[in-house]
Write a protein that binds this ligand. Structure first.
Ligand SMILES: N[C@@H](CCC(=O)N[C@@H](CS)C(=O)NCC(=O)O)C(=O)O
Length: 205
């Protein structure tokens, strides 16, 4: 049994953490849950994540939930993989900004656009402000490349990159050249391809 266990539904947001684990290169086990069968709402899983959501990650006695928290945790816990920007490094501020930008701005902006509210919320009320600003900020960040932090691929690229790749694929994010180029660099990563293949195999079970 590995020290790391991912509670996963295939494919879903937990696929982001599956990719992160592949980037990390540490052994891990997968506990596959069926969202259709409601296995994420059963008492044994609610004891792990009371939100009834995947993913959840167990590392020895520690349980971490929330995609971005899991990616941040893994990158810091296994620094040899070079996926974090360590505490004490000035660039860590920007790195953390992108890790939080994923669930704080990018994901809600995309979801709100896909499932609009009955009454439009005021810009100041929304943490991401508005969709176009979110997209413009992101386009500028990935324009130069190859990665958000320049030459270093980090956990922030996993969090933002997965969202972006998925959003472009399902036409929820505009097909701007900056985005398609970044999504193509992400798709070419062997770890992303391994995660995709594992997900495909699990989904067809
Ligand atoms: N904020 C959570 C969102 C996780 C999430 O929404 N997971 C979905 C799968 S894509 C889920 O578990 N849905 C099942 C349900 O809500 O019943 C995170 O970042 O981990």
């Amino acid at each position: 049994m590995a020290d790391l266990t991912l509670y996963h539904a295939s494919p879903s947001r937990s696929s982001v953490t599956l990719w992160m684990l592949e980037e990390l290169g540490q052994p891990y086990d997968i506990k596959l849950l069926s969202l259709e069968k409601g296995e994420n709402r059963q008492p044994d899983y609610l004891a792990i994540n009371p939100m009834g959501k995947v993913p959840a990650l167990r590392h020895k006695d520690t349980v971490v939930t929330e995609v971005a928290a899991i990616c941040t945790y893994l990158a810091d816990e296994f620094p040899h993989a070079g996926l974090n920007v360590p505490i004490g490094t000035p660039r860590r501020g920007v790195y953390l900004k992108w890790l939080f930008f994923g669930p704080g701005c990018l994901e809600p902006a995309v979801i709100d656009r896909a499932a609009p509210r009955k009454e439009e919320a005021r810009r100041a009320m929304l943490g991401y402000g508005d969709f176009d600003t979110t997209m413009n900020v992101l386009a500028k960040a990935v324009e130069k490349g190859p990665w958000l932090m320049g030459e270093q691929f980090t956990a922030a690229d996993v969090v933002i990159g997965a969202n972006l790749r998925w959003g472009v694929l399902f036409k929820m994010i505009p097909e701007r050249p900056e985005f398609t180029a970044y999504a193509a660099r992400i798709a070419a990563r062997p770890a992303a391809q391994r995660a995709d293949a594992k997900d495909k195999a699990m989904a067809s079970r």
